[in-house]
Ligand binder design. Sequence first.
Ligand SMILES: Cc1cc2nc3c(=O)[nH]c(=O)nc-3n(C[C@H](O)[C@H](O)[C@H](O)COP(=O)(O)OP(=O)(O)OC[C@H]3O[C@@H](n4cnc5c(N)ncnc54)[C@H](O)[C@@H]3O)c2cc1C
Length: 389
Amino acid sequence: MAHESTWSKYRVAIVGAGPAGCICAKYLSEAGFEITLFDKGKFLRTLLPTGGGRCNLAHAEYDFRELAKNYPRGEKFLYSVFSRFGTQDTIDFFKNIGVKTYTQEDNRIFPVSNLATDVREKFLKSISKCSFAREGVNEISPISNGWKIQTNNNSYLFDYVIVATGGHAGYELLKKLDIKIQPPTQALVGLTTEEDLSQLSGVKVANAEVKIDKKTYKGDILFTHHGVSGPVIYTISSIYARKEFPYEMSFKFADFTDMPQYFLEKSRMEVCNQLKPYVPKSLTKYILTTLGKEPDIAGTWLGRTSHQKLLNTLENFKLHINGKMKNGEVVTCGGVDLKEINAKTLESKQYRGLYFCGEVLDIDGLCGGFNLQNCWSTGFIAAQSIIEN
Ligand SMILES: Cc1cc2nc3c(=O)[nH]c(=O)nc-3n(C[C@H](O)[C@H](O)[C@H](O)COP(=O)(O)OP(=O)(O)OC[C@H]3O[C@@H](n4cnc5c(N)ncnc54)[C@H](O)[C@@H]3O)c2cc1C
């Protein structure tokens, strides 16, 4: 049966118990606020798959402007946020709740346990004084001097509401408040191609160069059943998240400038074996097939023209991108328009007492701990603004 709880001055509703909502809960409950965390699912479950189960919780970039450069959406907005809560604050926060961290060679920061389950457990313990409502919120509405939260079975009254519903759901709630949303689309995903690459599925190429719109990106590539994936593709899918399909990308898989002249033609060895120090055998075989040659052909049988064509193709392999895959880190490009939000407080410009943090905002970062950093930093600022109000 629906009920309305009694009014109390310092009650805060946090809608969404993901990383962003939970860090707000920690700071606000410490400051003596009465917190109710609403989530339709298991609390902090979205932390579990992060970093492949290891939880890449931050990136070792300590200059706030440099850190902000890793956000294709939100860079400037994040200056004031990161200047007040940056990477070192994240490390200190986790140390305080019993999670020691270390920095990997590539500057990604992980818990020493390498376990997202451990981070989740300690995090939840640190906010155990909060009330946990396992309920989906259907409506958030302003009332005189506060806010009403409506779930399927209950309605509640609060002084403040923090929306931390993430990128995958929650926009419906905000439409009723007439808050402008930048249309959501996926970022940090693999890309599908017009070309059938199923033969190459599972093949990895280290340190390839990828060209798109005259810009070059470098990194590892993984061919998948329907296209291409891997770190450099995730970066591109993020930077070009709103680019219209289809578009062309070209790949330089290897640099043959140091290869002895006529190397291939002079050898009886199979071409794919000769090129093995440069590119995976299966990739050479695939390209030979597209050139109408036997995949196991020996160098002496290849002929000078085909030899040159093969090398040219490996140095300038074109693919036509026609969509996004569903795997990857999958963060949302889009969300609450940053023009709606005060960057210093994370309060809505339209509504007093309504705050936003985490991925629900139109902020998303590259791979490497940047998306969680956004949650920790914006979560801290939203909580701090309520504390200082
Ligand atoms: C596979 C994977 C791996 C990733 N790895 C990393 C990584 O290693 N490092 C990194 O920095 N980032 C990583 N990310 C991104 C990162 O997990 C997200 O950016 C982050 O979880 C966003 O946190 P959030 O609190 O804003 O939202 P979420 O984590 O999405 O949490 C939002 C919560 O709100 C709840 N909710 C939504 N609507 C309602 C409603 N109406 N009522 C009640 N509850 C509601 C949801 O159930 C959810 O629990 C990864 C993402 C994925 C998918």
